[in-house]
Design a protein around this ligand. Structure first.
Ligand code: SF4
Ligand code: SF4
Length: 408
């Protein structure tokens, strides 16, 4: 979306959301008292609007979760509780939970939202207009583009990065965190990623730097790893100290030997009492087409593609705040030289810049799209499934490295 009224693009949406929030007595309930619900709860607690959990699990209703009350949907309705409900659960459970709420006479977008929609599209606006606090759902920092795997369709094109490529310097990593947290008040999740972040030599130091200064601004501080590398004791100690969650992408369907590796990693994490999530075995990815698509589109089509896409993954790099981490990394790693203007410079924001930054976060910019959208299938990528984590052979890699393979 193009900026036409900078700093005021979402005034009317903000007003409407504040009205709805006040009608709901400024109370937010979370339907689903599992891990995702607890992550969302930590954000709501910081803004003083968390009212309680709902859950179908009778045990949780009896004992409560995280020191909070857990209601059944029936009790919630019988006691005529008033509030906005946010469904927080694994994607596969959402349709059934939505149906349960609809069946109880509640209305979507009036009485309830899914957590993804609420945290990405609603709460950032509400937070600025109601509380004067800038909230973003998730931001990543790519500490290294090097990786221990070479996945054929890596969405960051890390397969094209040479092992000798210099990582982000520790100074830049620290500057990135300072710039970001200097502007943002609250975040659901801040992620250290790569490439493979366990290859980053300064990992213990950057975890400690961020943890010491900014841990209270985020609900989840995490590292996403492919699980091929066992972290050293210094990394484990820093993770323990700052309550860092290790998210392990599960590529064992494509790479069988990883099963054993994951067992070793999990054992090490458990011994160090570090929280982790081993993802479900990934079977299918989508092909964004970055290295093979060139639409040759004009502005109208690019605006439409960008608007439909709604990618959630923002990235901080020095003072540059990128809307799409994939666009930035693919452009750099495949040397496409695209998108030199596709970021917001946080160092140049005037005043607190909260509304401007929130608008950028929601997809507003001078151009209204990214240069990389011309080489991307965006929302249509779901129609191009590919096997997850298929590895590039050395021969394929040397033949194809740096090259764009096909032009439409
Ligand atoms: S998808 Fe992940 S594991 Fe695979 S090459 Fe990319 S960064 Fe590495
Ligand atoms: S359509 Fe544009 S914003 Fe969306 S993933 Fe592709 S490059 Fe990123």
């Amino acid at each position: 979306m193009k900026w036409t009224n900078k700093g005021h693009e979402l005034d009317s949406a903000g007003e409407q959301l504040c009205r709805l929030f006040h009608d709901k007595e400024k109370k937010l309930y979370i339907f689903g008292a599992g891990r995702i619900g607890r992550e969302v709860k930590a954000v709501f607690v910081k803004t003083g609007c968390f009212a309680g959990f709902l859950d179908n699990d009778e045990n949780k209703q009896r004992t409560g979760v995280d020191g909070a009350e857990v209601l059944s949907l029936q009790t919630y309705r019988e006691e005529q509780r008033n509030g906005l409900l946010v469904i927080a659960a694994d994607r596969k459970h959402i349709p059934a939970m939505e149906n349960q709420l609809l069946g109880a006479g509640l209305k979507k977008k009036q009485d309830f939202y899914t957590a993804t929609e609420f945290m990405e599209r609603i709460f950032p606006i509400l937070s600025v207009y109601e509380f004067g606090r800038l909230f973003v759902d998730i931001v990543q920092i790519c500490l290294t583009e090097r990786c221990s795997l070479k996945c054929k369709k890596c969405a960051h094109a890390c397969y094209a990065v040479d092992k000798s490529r210099a990582d982000m310097s520790l100074e830049t990593a620290k500057e990135s965190a300072d710039c970001l947290f200097g502007k943002i008040d609250l975040m659901r999740e801040f992620v250290l990623i790569g490439g493979e972040p366990f290859l980053y030599a300064g990992l213990p130091e950057i975890i400690s730097y961020i943890g010491e200064r900014y841990r209270d601004k985020m609900s989840v501080f995490s590292i996403t790893t492919n699980g091929t590398i066992l972290p050293c004791q210094a990394v484990l100690d820093a993770c323990k100290r700052y309550d860092v969650l290790i998210r392990i992408s599960n590529y064992s369907s494509a790479i069988e030997r990883l099963e054993e590796q994951y067992k070793k990693l999990l054992k090490r994490l458990e011994e160090s009492r570090i929280d982790y999530v081993l993802g479900d075995k990934e079977q299918r990815w989508v092909d964004y087409g970055f290295e093979s698509v060139d639409w040759g589109w004009q502005e109208a089509e690019l605006l439409k593609t960008f608007e439909r896409c709604k990618t959630p993954c923002r990235e901080i790099r020095g003072s540059r705040y990128y809307y799409c981490v994939m666009a930035r990394s693919v452009s750099e790693n495949l040397r496409m030289n695209l998108g030199d203007k596709d970021y917001l410079d946080l160092a140049r924001l005037e005043g607190d810049g909260k509304k401007l930054l929130m608008e950028f976060q929601m997809g507003y910019s001078e151009r209204g799209y990214l240069a990389m959208c011309n080489h991307c299938r965006g929302a249509d990528a779901v129609r191009y499934p590919i096997p997850a984590a298929e590895q590039i052979s050395c021969r394929q890699y040397s033949r194809n490295a740096w090259k764009r393979r096909e032009v439409r």
